[in-house]
Design a protein around this ligand. Sequence first.
Ligand code: SF4
Length: 464
Amino acid sequence: MPSVYIKTYGCQMNERDSEAVAAQLVAKGYSLAPSETVADVILLNTCSVRDLAEQKALRKMENLAAEIRRDRPEVVLGFMGCMAQSRGQELIDRLPDVDLVLGTQKFHRAADCLDEIIAGRRDKIVDVAEEPGSEATIREHLLNGNAQKSVTAYVSIMQGCNQYCTFCIVPYTRGEERSRTIPDIVSECRQLVAQGVKEITLLGQIVTSYGRRRFGRAEPPLGQDAQQRVPAQGKSPFVQLLDAVHEIEGLERIRFTAPHPKGYGDDLIEAYALLPKLVESAHLPVQSGSNRVLKLMHRGYTREQYLVLIEKLRRARPEIGISTDIIVGFPGETEDDFEQTLSLAREVEFDQAYIFKYSQRRDTPAADLPEQVPQKIREERNQRLLEVINEIAAVKYKKFVGRRTQILVEGPSRKNPARMTGRTRCNKIVVFDFAEREHRGRLMDVKITRASSFTLYGDPVIPD
Ligand code: SF4
């Protein structure tokens, strides 16, 4: 059977989709090639969030066609994912060496399409149509093919997004929100736990909207009163899912990404207080500290609402680690708007922030807004915000030194395989020297001895 190499661009959702496609192909008898130079099939799983990511994938395909196809004309070349979805046939018109273009609702068709092409029954395939039910098809894992990942796993719970933030291409490339059912997700999680997974991250473009169109809220319990700490309107489908996954025996930790701040209802805050497996970690993309810019972005919350949310989360879990995404230089962002973002960053004291310089993304409303901010100012704001974020994080990370904390041992460090890494519940990476390989997948206490930017170093605590 042929061998396949998948190169992934972009976000964690794309990583997960690639893993599911690879697992599906392995199940059909394909092998995984260690590099593109020896693969019979090369698939690029693409990202459209930034123009740069699209250009990179296009250049890569041009090079593959020129270098690999020249010597091995039988190699199959394909695009999958967001750029495949948004550009479709245009990709083959532009790069005639491409054999396959597979959209974001068609990952599960990869094996069938490749079979057709390899057997010579079809020359080129472009499949980017919508497919109801496709959200439930991202479920195969490669646990045994990749030992690094066997302690933690990502589970796709939904696809698409209906928020239509003005800078974002996702609603156009991933389509409307579509959610899997709770029993389907729980059964996948159970299987993973049976295979040794200890930590599951529930994954989707906007997980806090999970199931809201499909399932609705739960009935509130009868006889409820204010003391019962259950929201009067019943639990949202996402919190019902968290409750169900939390029941799985042997599962130690639950994370989720990416949520939307406006999806953090009181029931989700309560879940942090009531579900011990839900770790003290929240990624809350704020994007801007200015209400004017938040409105232009169509984010659906204000600075004040965001700050109240942070306060509630910290009240529920004082140790919670909070990370965020921020865009600087959004069209129309004035110096005063940017100062408000700086002040919000100082006020919240994020543990980690991913800063993006706004880049015009074709086919999004923000690309046509007037008052695009000059590149030089975007760079400068990026630098100023980075300094504030780093300064705050340095203080926060230093506070861990001398403390004992629990980590889940994930495996050898990528930078130095002689050392091991794990993650705290609040999502901080800890590197340590000694641990037997069989400690991978175990919860272990470490004493933190040193902190550098966004990494902690420690020694395992040997029980008395
Ligand atoms: S909520 Fe997230 S995925 Fe949805 S449009 Fe906004 S940024 Fe994009």
